[in-house]
Ligand binder design. Structure first.
Ligand code: SF4
Ligand code: SF4
Length: 299
């Protein structure tokens, strides 16, 4: 919703010998203007939004459309009490209890006939909304119960990622034979990048109607797994799946840290769930640890 797959950047119309360009408004695409309220957001996704904030709004040129949608958004996050088999947010320290990027965060407490929520306030707007809701100061027992729900969920994550020295491991593994192994399975289908909540790469397409009088420039999601993505004059920089998977994983788990000061992976596990070849980023990272490095590295 905040960073749609396709968005009109501008639209132009030819009238006689004139061509008039209109800036598309932030809402002038497939996405409504907002403001939005997001309810029940998990910690992985509040952290992914924080990553998009850093990437899309904190650098020299902000993404204006993203910034407008983001500023107006109200986020009610929730502690995840039932993690999936491909989740590893506990390893990435983004969950199961939301750690950032919310106005209000709820932990559902169910005991016997009683059903209530422990509420944490993350912003002044969250405090304003909570003031309009019937609430009481949380007793210590409820605070402990919420802690226990998060602890229990963390212990039931389906996956785990050892982040100790991970950045250095990936930089040292540029010539690991493991990349050939994963390339023999990877279909370069781009699914992992299409479902990843932190991916942000886009391309630009120009589209005209059949009369040739109306033209649009659209920004569309792109993927580092497609051959065209790294095409420069003379050819593709990453023509093989080996180099594309290496680029994707090394960026997520290593160079992202140097670029933006945080990991590019929040441990949501979606890339594992949606990979048709059952490639698992946590398994690939573990395999790099025990795959012997070549004696001499190529330049
Ligand atoms: S989803 Fe799996 S097969 Fe498709 S590009 Fe990603 S790693 Fe390769
Ligand atoms: S790399 Fe995979 S697990 Fe990590 S944030 Fe992206 S989709 Fe989620």
């Amino acid at each position: 919703m905040l960073f749609p797959a396709e968005e009109v950047i501008w639209r132009g119309r030819r009238t006689g010998t004139e061509f008039t360009v209109h800036d598309a408004a932030p809402a002038d695409g497939s996405v409504p203007a907002g403001p939005y309220a997001f309810l029940g957001v998990r910690g992985c996704d509040t952290s992914a939004s924080a990553i998009h904030d850093a990437v899309l709004t904190s650098r020299t040129y902000a993404d204006v459309r993203y910034a407008v949608r983001r500023q107006g958004a109200f986020v009610v996050a929730v502690t995840c009490s039932d993690p999936g088999g491909t989740c590893f947010c506990a390893s990435m320290r983004t969950g199961p209890r939301p750690t950032q990027g919310y106005d209000l965060a709820l932990t559902e407490l169910l005991d016997g006939a009683s059903h209530r929520f422990l509420v944490e306030v993350g912003s002044s707007r969250g405090a304003e909304v909570l003031a309009d809701v019937v609430s009481v100061p949380a007793p210590e027992a409820d605070v402990r119960a919420a802690d226990e729900i998060a602890r229990s969920a963390a212990s039931r994550m389906g996956r785990e990622l050892d982040t100790d020295g991970l950045k250095e491991l990936l930089y040292a593994s540029a010539e690991s034979p493991r990349w050939d192994d994963v390339a023999s399975r990877c279909l370069a289908c781009t699914s992992c990048t299409m479902v990843c909540p932190t991916c942000f790469c886009t391309s630009v397409e120009d589209v005209a109607d059949l009369t040739g009088d109306v033209a649009e420039r659209r920004r569309v999601w792109d993927s580092c797994f497609s051959e065209d993505f790294s095409y420069i004059h003379g050819g593709s920089v990453r023509p093989e799946s080996r180099s594309r998977y290496r680029q994707w994983m090394t960026h997520k788990l290593a160079s992202w840290v140097d670029q933006f000061g945080m990991s590019g992976c929040v441990g949501c596990g979606r890339c594992i769930t949606w990979c048709p070849a059952a490639i698992d980023i946590t398994a690939e990272a573990a395999a790099l640890r025990w795959t012997p490095q070549p004696a001499a590295t190529r330049s």
